[in-house]
Each structure stands twice: as C-alpha cells, then as structure tokens.
Design a protein around this ligand. Structure first.
Ligand SMILES: CC(C)(COP(=O)(O)OP(=O)(O)OC[C@H]1O[C@@H](n2cnc3c(N)ncnc32)[C@H](O)[C@@H]1OP(=O)(O)O)[C@@H](O)C(=O)NCCC(=O)NCCS
Length: 381
C-alpha cells in the first residue's frame, strides 16, 4: 500500500506465487507439466498409481521391496468403518450426489488417527475408492463389494465398482488417468488443503475442504458436461452448427480454456493417447473420432469467437472420453478425479507441514469508514 491508497489486488490470485514445491510444475505458455521431476508423458503411462503416490510422498521412486510394502500397507487400509457405511446408506436413501457423499464420508474416517498425518494420508488414499464404489453401488441398488487385497489400487477400484476383474488394458487406461491428474501446481483444491493444514489442523479436515473446492464446475466438475456435449452432438454433421449455436449464445464450451495453459493442456495429450488405445481395444472407434472432430472444431471456433483468448483443450475433455470408455457413469468422473488428486493433496499437506507457516493473506477494504449508528425505527430502507 502506498500512502494509505488501496493496495493492488490480484483478482483470483492470478500470477501470485503462494509456495515453493517439489511436487509439480505447470508451465502454461510451454504446455509443460512436470510431476516430481518427471514430464507427465514420461510418468503417466508407465507408473502404477502406488508408485506415483510413493514418488510424491518421498520424492523418489520406490525400489521393489519398499514398493511391495507400500502396496500392502495401502491395500490393508481399504475397508470402511461401520460409521462410514451407515452414513453412505443414509446418503443413498436421499440420492445425494456421489461427490457429496464422498465429501461427507471423508469426515467419518479420521477420528481415531486424525493427528497422525502419515496414517491419515494412507487411510485417505486407500479408502477413497472404497467409499466411491460402495456408495455408487448403494445408489444403484447393489450390495457394496469387499476389497480384493490381491489387486492393485486401480484394478481394485474397477473391481469394486463392477464386480469383475478388469482387463489389463482397462487397468492401464485408469492408471494413466490417475497418474496424469495426481497433482497440478497450486490449483484451487490444493491451495485449500494447504491453507487448512497450515493452521495445524489435521489431514482429514484438509482433504475434506479440498473436496469442497474440487467439486465446482470450474475445477473438477467439467468432464460430465464435456461428455454430455459430445453425446448431444451425436453426429459429425452436427458438430459445427451445435458449437456455433453455443458460442453465439455466450455459453462456455466445457473441456476448453484454462487459467494457466494457453496452449493445449499436456494432460489432454496423454489422455487422448490413452483414450485412443482403450477405444481401439473396445471397438468404439466412432465415438473417439467424433470427439476428435469436436475438439478440432471447438478450438477453431473459440479462436473465431474469442480472439486473443488462447482457449485450447483442457484435461477434462479427454478425461470424459477415457472414463466413459472404462464404463464409468458421468456421476463418477469428479469422484474418480478425487481418487487420484487425494494423493497430491496429502503430499502438499506434508510439504506445508514441513514449512510450518500459517497461510494468511490480506484483503483490500473498499467499504466506507465513517458510518454512524441509526436506531432501527429511524432507518428508511
Ligand atoms: C477454466 C476456465 C474457468 C478458466 O477461466 P479464466 O482463466 O478465469 O478465463 P475467463 O473466465 O476470464 O475467460 C476469459 C474469456 O474467455 C471466455 N472463455 C473461457 N473459457 C471458455 C470456454 N470454455 N468457452 C467459451 N468461452 C470461454 C470467457 O467467456 C471470457 O470471455 P470474455 O473476456 O469475452 O468475457 C474457463 O476457461 C472455463 O470456464 N472453461 C470451461 C469449464 C472447464 O472446462 N473447466 C475445467 C478446467 S480444467
């Protein structure tokens, strides 16, 4: 602030650097995402999800012994306490959205070990798929299934949803997705988690808050609408008139535009390749090709209707396609994003705890300062 004048506000905190991190780096101009030292394309289609979680928490990849122990530790923490199952049953009777049921259920997990951060983090990462699958099955009048400790994290998620052991191509597709979206700089939900843990609150509270931030359509809630758009278009002949109509009406195209990326989101690149591979294996090429045409036309029309805004494909567009190809219904898209991102949130919490510094920015007051009290009976409005 200069001589009592109003300080400059960075709207939406755009451009503000809020922390140092070793977890991920996002270069929006170059279209580059680094996850704990690895370009996303180097890591995402090669690592198991357990390896990626380990990498984020320890800053190096595990050798075989520690990896096996880590897998076992996670697999042993998948089961839910009765209080969580009771809550999920009550939520299902109200037809609560899956992401909201997950948000509520998380808060029932941590009570015994909330202040042991590592134990809480293991519990959160391990239990997220169990909560989502148990709840989704209850919503669909199916009995929740017990976890399969012999299956890895990704394979067990698909097993607990559908009740059959997934094909290796499906596990690979899901694992690529989970690895791709595991962390992404100082996004809104990660910032939320760091703010909460910086008050020396606990990991469960930090992750509960982060989930609240994630569910908004401007953050993690976009893939459902992106898929709806592809289905509504339905046919290659309708791509251009449909998109023009939306843009002329001032609507936003879901799956396009990003606060940071001004070129194609590198995660879209990785997920498009994973979707192409999956759709080749399940013979649904027509849908994949329609999506590619929607993408090309949308980018071209966004440049026409919003010149200079540099609106390109974001992660959500191919997320929708990939998760649909795995048989997931769109109400599972954001919860599946959370199943991955919880590893990033917990890693950021560890980092913030080591820093041990309260996050407390300022605000610029723009209201008046000289009001005088008027008794209620004398007020005119
Ligand atoms: C992600 C998003 C919120 C980033 O927004 P942002 O950086 O804050 O950009 P703004 O909201 O300031 O938008 C800048 C301009 O581009 C337009 N715009 C941004 N994204 C657009 C989209 N997907 N479709 C159409 N127009 C879009 C805005 O209307 C605005 O136009 P104006 O300046 O003429 O009013 C935004 O691009 C969006 O809403 N995308 C669709 C939702 C989505 O895919 N979310 C997932 C993100 S990973």
């Amino acid at each position: 602030m200069v001589n009592g004048s109003t300080p400059t506000v960075a709207d939406g905190l755009a451009g503000v650097v809020a922390a140092q991190t070793r977890l991920s780096s996002v270069d929006g101009e170059a279209g580059e995402l680094i996850i704990a030292g690895f370009p996303v394309a180097e890591l995402a289609s090669r690592a198991s999800f357990e390896e990626t979680v380990y990498l984020l928490w320890h800053d190096h990849l595990p050798s075989p012994g520690p990896l096996a122990a880590f897998r076992e530790e996670l697999a042993a923490c998948r089961d839910l306490p009765q209080v969580t199952l009771n809550l999920l049953q009550a939520a299902a009777s109200q037809k609560t959205a899956v992401i909201d049921a997950l948000r509520m259920a998380v808060n029932t997990l941590g009570l015994p070990a909330a202040h042991d951060s590592r134990q809480a983090a293991i519990r959160l990462v391990a239990a997220f798929p169990t909560i989502v699958t148990a709840y989704w099955r209850l919503l669909n009048q199916l009995e929740p299934l017990p976890a399969r400790p012999d299956l890895g994290h990704a394979a067990n998620y698909l097993y607990m949803l559908f009740g059959w052991e997934p094909e290796p191509e499906q596990v690979h597709g899901l694992e690529t997705y989970l690895n791709t979206v595991v962390d992404h700089g100082m996004n809104a939900s990660t910032f939320t988690a760091r703010v909460i843990i910086s008050t020396q609150s606990d990991m469960i509270s930090a992750v509960g808050g982060a989930l609240g931030a994630l569910k908004g359509p401007l953050h993690g809630g976009a893939p459902g609408p992106a898929l709806d758009m592809i289905f509504e278009i339905g046919d290659t002949a309708r791509v251009e008139p449909y998109l023009r109509r939306k843009l002329a009406a001032g609507e936003r195209l879901m799956g396009f535009g990003h606060r940071v990326y001004k070129v194609r989101d590198p995660r879209a690149e990785v997920l498009a390749a994973a979707a192409a591979r999956l759709y080749r294996s399940n013979n649904q090429q027509a849908l994949y090709q329609l999506a590619c045409q929607v993408e090309q036309m949308a980018v071209a029309l966004l440049a026409e209707y919003k010149p200079g805004r540099q609106l390109q494909t974001n992660v959500e567009f191919y997320t929708a396609l990939l998760l649909h190809g795995l048989g997931l219904t769109s109400d599972l898209f954001t919860p599946t994003f959370a199943i991955s991102r919880v590893a990033g949130w917990t890693a950021h919490c560890f980092e913030q705890q080591r820093l041990n510094r309260l996050i407390r920015p300022q605000s610029a007051y723009v209201g008046s300062k000289d009001r005088r009290w008027i008794p209620v009976e004398q007020r005119l409005n």
